[in-house]
Design a protein around this ligand. Structure first.
Ligand code: TXA
Ligand code: MG
Length: 322
């Protein structure tokens, strides 16, 4: 980096020359590449170890760019963008002709999002174009919520990691597909179904649909997505209490993330009961417990409540291995 350059100018140069730049968003850190450069896209998929049919989200500086990337912009998209952007929401729209097939997994639609982190917005404004940014983790692993998580996972595969501190939202954006007949939530997040419906009316929820084909293109439907290396199991408060009081022999080899149950051993984190804070800390907590390299991680099931729908989704996926 030249001495008179700002870090953002440096990041823009790197992106322009087809390199990868990780940056913070309000949800999780993204691994960024120029959305219009096929070589950069290929490099990104290779670094992540991501199957080529798995589409990525194009990040934009503001919603005025929507019509550049989508062949048509339905009224619902404008309403949702006005209400939630910049913010943790991704819209799936019919793609414009120039959008590379490599970033849509060959589909006719494209994922678009204006993130809320000031550093992300500064980068996007300075770059001008779209930046594809999957979560900055190897495929199937936990998403990173701190710059050091990204550095540890990618080492020198990534040219630059912009450090914007810990992410405030903590789990990935809510994805709403507006490219089909009826709007559908493909991935729940901290903007829940009720808040989406308050703006555009009834939406379908992919994971509640009977028809399995409706979820094949939804994110993370592969088993064990967003997963720590240690097998993770969801257990009710009652079962967890029993495990603790029963003093099971393997408690020393068990890590626990609880909500209401008090610590019964040393490898234990008691999480915050506010869903916003629980989500913010979730991946960091799982990373910490995973780092203990024990035999299993038990997570106390959260409340069944609309505010927890994104968290439930991530926990179910993380536990899919067992
Ligand atoms: O919060 C987020 O969305 C983060 C930050 C970095 O912005 N990004 C993120 O990207 O979670 P990624 O690639 O880890 O997850 C994006 C998901 C993919 O699983 C993909 O299936 C879905 O978005 N997706 C992207 N384009 C799509 C499309 N055209 N149709 C259906 N799903 C799509
Ligand atoms: Mg991801």
């Amino acid at each position: 980096m030249k001495e008179d350059m700002t870090i953002i100018e440096h990041a823009v140069r790197l992106l322009q020359s087809g390199e990868l730049v990780a940056f913070p968003t309000e949800t999780v850190y993204g691994l960024g590449a120029d959305a219009s450069n096929p070589a950069a896209v290929a490099r990104l998929y290779a670094a992540k170890g991501r199957p080529t049919n798995h589409p990525v989200i194009v990040h934009l500086a503001d919603s005025n760019q929507l019509s550049k990337w989508a062949s048509s912009v339905p009224f619902e998209a404008i309403q949702l963008a006005e209400k939630f952007w910049p913010g943790p929401l991704t819209l799936i729209l019919p793609k414009a002709d120039h959008v590379l097939d490599e970033i849509t997994g060959g589909q006719k639609s494209v994922g678009l999002r204006v993130p809320a982190h000031p550093l992300a917005l500064e980068l996007l404004k300075a770059f001008g174009g779209g930046i594809i940014a999957p979560s900055a983790n190897k495929f199937g692993r936990l998403s990173p919520t701190r710059a050091e998580d990204v550095r540890a996972e990618f080492k020198d595969e990534v040219s630059l990691v912009l450090d914007g501190g810990p992410c405030a939202v903590g789990i990935e954006s809510t994805i709403v597909d507006l490219s089909r007949e009826q709007p559908m939530i493909l991935r729940p997040g901290m903007i829940d179904q009720a808040r989406i419906e308050a703006v555009i009316g009834k939406v379908l929820f992919a994971h509640k649909q009977a028809e399995p084909s409706s979820v094949t293109r939804a994110p993370g439907d592969l088993a064990s997505h967003y997963a720590p290396s240690t097998p993770l199991k969801l257990v009710s408060a009652e079962d967890l209490q029993q495990i603790v009081s029963g003093k099971a022999e393997d408690l020393n080899r068990t890590a626990v993330l609880s909500l209401s149950v008090a610590p019964g051993c040393c490898n234990w984190i008691v999480a915050e009961t506010d869903p916003e804070i629980f989500a913010r800390d979730l991946y960091q907590n799982l990373r910490q417990l995973d780092g203990l390299k024990l035999d299993r991680i038990l997570v106390e099931t959260p409340p069944v409540d609309p505010h927890w729908e994104g968290i439930w989704d991530r926990l179910r996926r993380a536990s899919a291995k067992l």
